[in-house]
Design a binder for this molecule. Structure first.
Ligand code: ADP
Ligand code: MG
Length: 279
């Protein structure tokens, strides 16, 4: 079973839920930190890393001696990553989505692919919990290919917990797509509700069953509860605001280590998700 943990809004508690859920399940679990712009699950899990790999994507390089400046490459590129201006072909590697179209249509065979570094992929484990995360280079915008790499580490024999990035654009969709359940973490504030609705819209398009964790549940108002009921979203867990949760987090400590009474709640959460997925 693959469970992705998403929210729309940032800072709602996704990483808190993802790391503690993963650490509470006894064995056969793997956590994939797909928040590649700001991976931080490792700070709480302290995994032993076995491997760090530089991840590249293929981008075009033009052999100017062979190029006839016909412009077919620029015509097919949907992202303006290659263009012909006067007697020059210019490539913009940051815009390239690596489809290979330019190489395919070039009548002169003038285009080859070279690797462009996106970031790093790390894999490891904490006792019996397997771990992987991706770290995008600073300033890099192409998160989805790196997220796909992190997801490719998924061990089919394990329960997978995915810590998704915030937002509702391509990176989150890449992290949530083809998962069995999306656990949406929200807070009962107008901002939380606004972004939750956007996230629910994305989850509906993907057709994945979803449920809600309401974090900082004792703050704000009742509108998230009302919305959850009207949208048919089951509320699977509520966590009140607690300074001790924030203190443990800022020490890099798991909530279930600082407040072991939470472990049972995370196991219950998992069981409720499993019930929904297997229903
Ligand atoms: P996200 O992964 O969604 O960005 P995090 O799990 O990193 O969110 O949490 C963001 C911040 O909120 C952290 O400083 C964390 O300690 C704090 N936090 C999360 N849940 C609670 C809570 N129930 N009570 C107090 N602080 C919390
Ligand atoms: Mg996070």
């Amino acid at each position: 079973m693959i469970i992705s943990i998403a929210s729309g809004k940032g800072g709602t508690g996704k990483t808190t839920i993802a790391t503690n859920l993963a650490a509470s399940l006894d064995s056969g679990t793997q956590i994939l930190d797909c928040d590649v712009e700001e991976p931080n699950a490792h700070l709480f899990l302290n995994p032993l890393l076995d491997k760090t790999e530089i991840i590249t994507i293929p981008v075009p390089e033009v052999n100017k001696d062979k190029c006839s400046l016909c412009g077919k490459c620029a015509e097919i590129c949907q992202f303006k990553a290659i263009t012909v201006i006067a007697k020059t072909v210019l490539t913009f590697h940051e815009l390239c989505h690596s489809c290979g179209g330019c190489m395919e249509v070039c009548p002169e065979d003038a285009i080859t692919e070279v690797g462009r570094e996106l970031g790093t992929l790390q894999t490891g484990h904490r006792d019996n919990l397997k771990f992987a995360d991706g770290k995008l280079k600073v300033g890099e915008a192409m998160a989805p290919p790196l997220i796909k790499k992190v997801r490719s580490c998924a061990d089919p024999d394990r329960t997978i917990i995915i810590d998704a990035p915030p937002g509702t654009s391509c990176p989150v969709i890449t992290a949530m797509d083809n998962t069995d359940f999306v656990l949406l973490v929200t807070e009962p504030t107008p901002f939380g509700l606004h972004d939750l609705k956007l996230a629910v819209g994305a989850v509906k398009i993907l057709g994945i069953p979803a449920g809600l964790v309401i974090n900082r549940s004792d703050m704000g108002d009742d509108k998230v509860h009302e919305y959850a009921e009207s949208a048919g979203l089951p509320i699977l867990m509520e966590i009140p605001f607690d300074r001790k949760i924030a203190e443990a987090y800022s020490r890099g400590q798991l909530l279930v280590d600082a407040m072991p009474e939470f472990k049972e709640n995370f196991i219950k959460l998992y069981k409720r998700i499993a019930q929904i997925v297997n229903a």
